[in-house]
Design a protein around this ligand. Structure first.
Ligand code: FES
Ligand code: FES
Length: 164
């Protein structure tokens, strides 16, 4: 079996591994780095559960081979607010009831954190329609999405002083 030497940095931890070229980034993060916040829902790019940041950009780790990430900086949901989930968007998910079972939540957070940061930097409070468009690649089977939209609105509004 051909293995490829691959160096990955996940949440600040750099490791060089011999990886089969067909192995998915999601599996390597979970099994080799022992990081459980990368959830796998559909495993074919439809649900967004497995979203991580690769060099700061949200990507689906179920559609990414680990060897493609050689030398890249990868962040999972564990990088946001730690065990107490203190990131502004995590706190808003909590207060606005943006989660129930929580299985989809890491993916939503990793998709939406850059979106929140971009809007805060611009000082703009987006419309609910715009927020729904931003999270259209993520599926939640519990919440009906309303609480997630409210959480994004709150996370942005609180930081720019625009309220909800
Ligand atoms: S598990 Fe990757 S998109 Fe569903
Ligand atoms: S909170 Fe259960 S799938 Fe979204």
């Amino acid at each position: 079996m051909t293995m490829t030497e691959t160096t990955l940095t996940v949440n600040g931890q750099t490791r060089t591994l011999d990886v089969e070229p067909r192995r998915l980034l999601a599996d390597v993060i979970r099994q080799e780095f022992d990081i459980a916040g990368v959830h796998i829902g559909c495993a074919h790019g439809a649900c967004g559960c497995c979203t991580v940041h690769i060099d700061g950009t949200p990507r689906l780790s179920c559609l990414t081979f680990a060897v493609q990430c050689d030398g890249r900086d990868i962040k999972t949901v564990e990088s946001l607010g730690g065990f107490d989930a203190t990131h502004v968007l995590q706190l808003a998910f909590k207060s606005e009831h943006g989660l129930q079972c929580g299985y989809c939540t890491p993916g939503f957070l990793m998709t939406l954190v850059p979106y929140v940061e971009e809007n805060v930097a611009r000082g703009t409070l987006p419309s609910d329609e715009d927020i729904r468009e931003a999270m259209s690649g993520n599926i939640c089977r519990c919440t009906g999405y309303h609480g997630i939209v409210a959480a994004v609105r709150k996370a942005i509004g609180d930081q720019i002083g625009g309220g909800q």
